[in-house]
Design a protein around this ligand. Structure first.
Ligand SMILES: C[S@@+](CC[C@H](N)C(=O)[O-])C[C@H]1O[C@@H](n2cnc3c(N)ncnc32)[C@H](O)[C@@H]1O
Length: 363
């Protein structure tokens, strides 16, 4: 797959092609017409990472075409990058060119930005970082107005903090999220807002209690919790669970219990399997679950979680991989039909499409 071309003139046609493929892939499962949510055609990516390519005393941002993995494609700017990233790409490179201590054995640069305008720059090295690096990095952070992190093998240097605060309005509420370096965050902030809003619209009439798996830093949890009596939210990553606790409190959400568990484990616990120490304090019989919300990684749901989903009246499924979505929805087709579908263009100019589905129990 060659490097994507970011040509806004092609955007509408490319999205229409992806949606046509989505319709065709799910025709056999009687998918209703999907609602389509386009991305901003440029400046949409809140995350970007580049290899750094050294030529003499200068360093360049580099990308690699998988067809020619040894030949760097040197770039000056990156059109998909959100404004806080675009703003610093050139000044950062100039600062690196001017500073041997910041440039030496620099291997990679990772940017994380927010819709609220914050920016984190992680500089990844093939050498140990010392006090001189720290002094130079502090000056860099102050000059660029960014949070700077230094990493090398077995070392992480945090100068000020290793998180950002995302904040945006959703359906009349101002939501705030701590986003921690290295943990999952949605890459396309504008499209993420569409996903949250769509999920809220589907869930508006469900009532009862919600079980959420793969909740990450609480992105959907915070948005959906006010629509339910109680929420049990689970996630495997310790860092994300830590962020989710902060985010529930920051948004004054008081009806969510969080458990750090893999989906396979929570599915086993709910099927009456073994006793999990991390579930102590959770009174499972007290929940009246009407709804399961899942947002799994590309591999989709494991077999135990598909079996669990079969017991819910409503399943809201956000997927970054239509293939595994089709497999899982197909496995549930005997008990559930697709009541609503959505296409969210998180990844413009690629063949990837994020999908949303509401599955409801057949009468
Ligand atoms: C696509 S992300 C979605 C996160 C979150 N819903 C959001 O919108 O930011 C998938 C999440 O699943 C978590 N995860 C991956 N495998 C898991 C598993 N087997 N059990 C539970 N969580 C898992 C990852 O740590 C990640 O946070």
């Amino acid at each position: 797959m060659p490097l994507p071309q970011f040509d806004p003139a092609q955007y509408d046609r490319q999205l229409a092609d992806k949606v046509a493929r989505y319709r065709a892939d799910f025709a056999a499962l009687a998918m209703p017409e999907p609602e389509v949510f386009a991305s901003a055609p440029l400046g949409y990516r809140l995350r970007a990472e580049f290899r750094m390519w050294h030529v003499g005393d200068r360093v360049h941002y580099a990308m690699f075409d998988p067809a020619e993995p040894k030949r760097p494609v040197l770039i000056e700017a990156f059109a998909p990058a959100a404004a806080p990233i675009a703003r610093v790409m050139t000044p950062l490179r100039e600062r690196l060119d001017a500073s041997d201590v910041l440039r030496r054995r620099l291997f990679q640069v990772e940017f994380l930005a927010t819709l609220s305008g914050e920016l984190m720059i992680s500089l990844v090295y093939h050498r140990r970082l010392d006090a001189d690096w720290e002094t130079a990095a502090r000056a860099l952070a102050a000059d660029l107005g960014a949070v700077v992190i230094g990493r090398s093998r077995g070392q992480k240097v945090v100068l000020e903090r290793d998180w950002l605060i995302e904040a945006f309005e959703l359906d009349g509420r101002m939501l705030r999220y701590r986003q921690i370096e290295g943990s999952f965050t949605q890459p396309n902030g504008g499209v993420n807002r569409h996903m949250l809003s769509w999920a809220r619209r589907q869930a508006a009439g469900f009532g009862g209690d919600l079980l959420e798996l793969y909740c990450g830093n609480g992105n959907f949890t915070v948005a959906l919790a006010p629509l339910f009596d109680k929420v049990l939210a689970t996630e495997m990553s310790k860092t994300s669970v830590g962020a989710a606790h902060v985010n529930l409190e920051a948004n004054a959400v008081g009806n969510v219990a969080m458990v750090r568990m893999a989906s396979e484990e929570i599915s086993d616990a709910l099927a009456g399997g073994r006793d999990y120490r991390r579930m102590r304090g959770i009174d499972l019989p007290d929940y009246r679950f009407t709804t399961l919300f899942v947002d799994p990684p590309r591999g989709g749901l494991d077999a135990a979680t598909v079996a669990l989903a079969g017991r819910f009246d409503n399943v809201l499924y956000i997927s970054c991989n239509p293939e595994t979505l089709r497999r899982d929805v197909g496995a549930l087709a005997g008990s559930h039909r697709i009541a609503a579908a959505a296409a969210f263009d998180q990844f413009p100019y690629t063949h990837h499409l994020e999908c949303g589905m509401w599955l409801t129990r057949r009468a």
